[in-house]
Design a binder for this molecule. Structure first.
Ligand SMILES: C[S@@+](CC[C@H](N)C(=O)[O-])C[C@H]1O[C@@H](n2cnc3c(N)ncnc32)[C@H](O)[C@@H]1O
Length: 257
């Protein structure tokens, strides 16, 4: 039997229109789709006859362990199937796509990686926040907030990060926000630095809470903000006041209806 193939495909940040042309092409031809929690169900309808396997992954609640996901991809490919591993955002940005690619390479399964539009830049963009802006920010860093919640050692060096980059974009950070804000202030970032929290960005459920490093944790708690959230820290957040095109367009549409 001919060996199948696996494509690690980025589904984009939420809005199905942000999937790439190549990703959609592969999705429509897929026989097996292994997908994550943050993938919009409308994308799966592009391949009505494909077998769908939910791989899960809410924070702390992994529907399938990573090793099992790797084995699934390998097993279906060995059965000659065209497999699409559909992942939120970009497969190689905090998506464990690299581990899946390593497993496929190790098993000598032909694979392809289709980059996706990462929430790290798309979610700020939909909130009206350019991550860089002439005269305001000439660098940005994307980090994970995961693991720094409860005083546990995080692999993120907040002391170094506090001043290393103009804009900080934190994924998976809403649960550790109080500590994260404290650490950044303690290591020299101004307490008045603007911060935005964008939940379910690029979707019709998008909501944004803004504040400063000093008060953002309290504001997030009041708003009962839960994942998925992208945190943007830096002076670029102030641009949102003039550039929040997505929220403005939604408001106009509601008035028109
Ligand atoms: C496991 S990481 C995956 C990131 C993904 N590979 C990417 O490139 O966007 C999941 C985190 O991405 C962020 N995220 C993804 N989609 C989001 C969305 N539509 N709105 C807000 N945050 C999102 C959240 O921080 C969430 O906890």
């Amino acid at each position: 039997m001919r060996i199948g193939t696996v494509a690690l495909v980025g589904a984009g940040p939420g809005d199905p229109g942000l999937m790439t042309v190549r990703g959609l092409e592969l999705l429509r031809r897929a026989q097996v789709i292994v997908y994550d929690r943050l993938v919009d169900p409308r994308l799966l309808d592009e391949a009505p006859r494909a077998r769908r396997i939910f791989a899960g992954k809410a924070s702390g609640n992994h529907a399938l362990p990573q090793e099992q996901i790797n084995m699934l991809l390998i097993t279906h490919a060995r059965r000659g199937r065209r497999v699409v591993r559909l992942k939120g955002g970009d497969p190689f940005v905090f998506g464990r796509g690299g581990e899946e690619a390593e497993a496929l390479a190790g098993a000598r399964i032909p694979f392809e990686v289709v980059p996706g539009v990462s929430s790290a830049v798309a979610v700020p963009a939909y909130a009206g926040i350019p991550v860089t802006h002439r005269g305001v920010a000439s660098s940005f860093t994307v980090v994970t907030g995961h693991g720094s919640a409860s005083g546990r050692e995080s692999s993120v060096d907040w002391a170094r990060l506090a001043r290393a980059s103009d804009t900080l974009v934190v994924l998976m950070g809403v649960e550790s926000l109080p500590r994260l804000a404290r650490e950044l202030i303690a290591h020299g970032r101004a307490a008045t630095t603007p911060v935005a929290l964008v939940r379910w960005g690029t979707t019709s459920a998008q909501e944004t809470v803004t504040g400063t490093l000093r008060d953002i944790a309290a504001r997030a708690a009041r708003a009962r903000l839960e994942p998925p959230v992208v945190i943007v820290i830096g002076d670029v957040v102030a641009l949102r006041e003039r550039l929040q095109w997505f929220d403005d367009n939604r408001a106009l549409m509601e008035v028109a209806q």
